[in-house]
Design a protein around this ligand. Structure first.
Ligand SMILES: [Zn+2]
Length: 505
């Protein structure tokens, strides 16, 4: 007797429908599981056997063979439990085999027969829906998340017994109805940042052009406050990005209760003691995305960046350039998107005492050495480098006017992004920060006269050739913010100001 059920396997945030075939034959009693299961999937057999026994359907002394296909695809996690349990019961004729073909089962089983939530339900249901399977059975806690996929009927269950009653036609599980949700809570307000005109301006330019940003300044200068306010300046996520970001949170297990569709750019701030795995992704069992991917379409903030091990920082560079990160492990691999905007922050010296504080005895050599810890390929990708003054002086200098609100700056950012998108139409690039230096010089040359100041800096050796490319990129963004068609001398001068004041020019 052969029975078939369906579930979905995930690699990263990419789902593939998995067919669970169960053969019930005479022979040496036991259960064999084939089709590249990982350790967690193999343990599924013990959970399923116990769960079935506890709901009054102990398996008969028969030879069961369970095949998961496509066989070549590694299967991870505990989400196949329910499909395996239903398949076994169908193969034993406890539930009818007809009608199973248009259902997709996603859920882990408790030993008592309860159905438990799993990670990655959104990408799994998306994959099911894309292949024409539009009825899914999930744990109650996953029901709102599964309902994010339009056109899918979600059956939410708490117990395996409910599934069996439904399949046997004794009870009808009604399709889940998602509760309407309000708009997301606003992030921290830009108007909280008193003073720091340079920092606020750099943040606006970073948001408008998608530029990575380096903030250098003494403790208390507001580096963290500024970084936390960058997502609020970025436009809301378009539908496809919102789905991607929500799917990543789902696989990471960080999706908030009620499973809202994440429509605001995320913000991730890993500590400098974070491991490469927690930054880039990995872990045992189902491969989890790291902070880098959880910040996809949002902001990755590395505070006290020189304290991060160099090797860890270096692992970020390639994924940031490619926009995806692939994690290889013995049992399969996973690819996650990671198009995030980087904000690095650093104190000017290792002792991190407030500027001008008498307790700091760091010499200029020590300060230079500390700043140099950040130099190299990662910092090379950072277009904006800003030195923040101590907050007291800054507050006195420019804290006298009311700071602009997040909404006012976000409106300018949106207009600038639209101008950049017009210019970049047809290139496949979305922001000015993504434009390679050579393409920039050939396709969008800045008028020679406007560049004089930058060229002089180049001659003096105060600017490298790569540095010049970055200045030109930033000039374009400043022009977009000002509503100008081409950068002029003023835009280039401001771009130079936003790069040469930093410790590591
Ligand atoms: Zn010091």
């Amino acid at each position: 007797m052969l029975a078939r059920t369906w579930s979905v396997g995930l690699a990263g945030v990419t789902g593939t429908p998995v067919e669970v075939e169960v053969d019930n034959a005479q022979g040496l009693p036991g259960i064999a599981l084939v089709g590249l299961p990982d350790a967690v999937v193999r343990q599924s057999l013990d959970r399923v056997r116990a769960a079935l026994g506890n709901v009054g359907h102990a398996l008969p002394q028969r030879k069961f063979t369970i095949g998961l296909s496509p066989a070549s695809m590694p299967k991870q996690g505990s989400g196949f439990d329910m499909a395996i349990a239903v398949g076994l019961l169908a193969a034993c004729q406890v539930v009818p085999r007809t009608g199973l073909d248009d259902l997709v089962f996603l859920g882990e089983l408790g030993l008592d027969g309860s159905v438990r939530a799993v990670r990655g339900v959104l990408p799994a249901v998306l994959a099911a829906s894309r292949t024409g399977r539009t009825r899914v059975v999930v744990a109650r806690a996953n029901a709102d998340e599964a309902s994010l996929v339009p056109g899918v009927e979600v059956l939410a269950v708490g117990e395996l017994a409910e599934v069996l009653a439904h399949l046997a036609g004794r009870v009808r599980v009604a399709p889940h109805r998602r509760r309407p949700r309000g708009p997301p809570a606003p992030g921290p307000a830009l108007s909280d940042v008193v003073g720091q005109a340079t920092g606020r301006r750099a943040l606006e330019v970073a948001a408008a052009g998608g530029h990575h940003l380096f903030l250098s300044g003494p403790p208390g200068a507001g580096k963290t406050m500024l970084a936390e306010r960058l997502p609020g300046l970025l436009p809301a996520l378009a539908d496809d990005l919102a789905t991607e970001v929500t799917a990543i949170a789902s696989v990471a297990g960080t999706l908030p209760p009620g499973a809202p569709l994440i429509t605001r750019p995320p913000f991730e701030a890993p500590h400098h003691s974070a491991t490469a795995v927690s930054l880039v992704g990995g872990g045992s069992g189902q491969i989890r995305p790291g902070a880098l991917s959880r910040a996809h379409a949002g902001v990755l903030f590395l505070d006290e960046a020189p304290e991060f091990p160099r090797a860890v920082l270096d692992t970020l560079r390639q994924p940031l350039e490619r926009g995806t990160v692939t994690i290889h492990r013995a049992h399969g691999s996973a690819t996650f998107p990671c198009r995030s905007q980087l904000v690095l922050a650093a104190n000017p010296c290792p002792c991190a005492s407030p500027a001008g504080d008498a307790s700091c005895t760091c010499g200029s050599v020590e300060r230079r050495r500390y700043a140099a810890r950040l130099s190299g390929p990662l910092l090379d990708r950072v277009d904006l480098r800003v030195q923040l003054p101590p907050v007291t002086r800054a507050g006195w200098l420019d804290g006298r006017t009311t700071p602009e609100s997040t909404a006012a700056v976000a409106t300018r950012v949106e207009q600038a992004r639209a101008a950049a998108a017009d210019r970049l139409a047809g290139t496949g690039l979305r922001t000015t920060a993504e434009v390679p230096g050579r393409l920039l010089r050939e396709r969008w040359p800045v008028p020679r006269g406007a560049l004089q100041l930058a060229e002089r800096a180049l001659e003096r050796g105060a600017l490298s050739v790569r540095g010049l490319d970055r200045v030109i990129r930033v000039s374009w963004t400043i022009a977009d913010l000002a509503g100008r068609a081409v950068p002029g001398a003023d835009e280039v001068a401001e771009a130079l100001g936003l790069r040469l004041t930093g410790a590591a020019a």
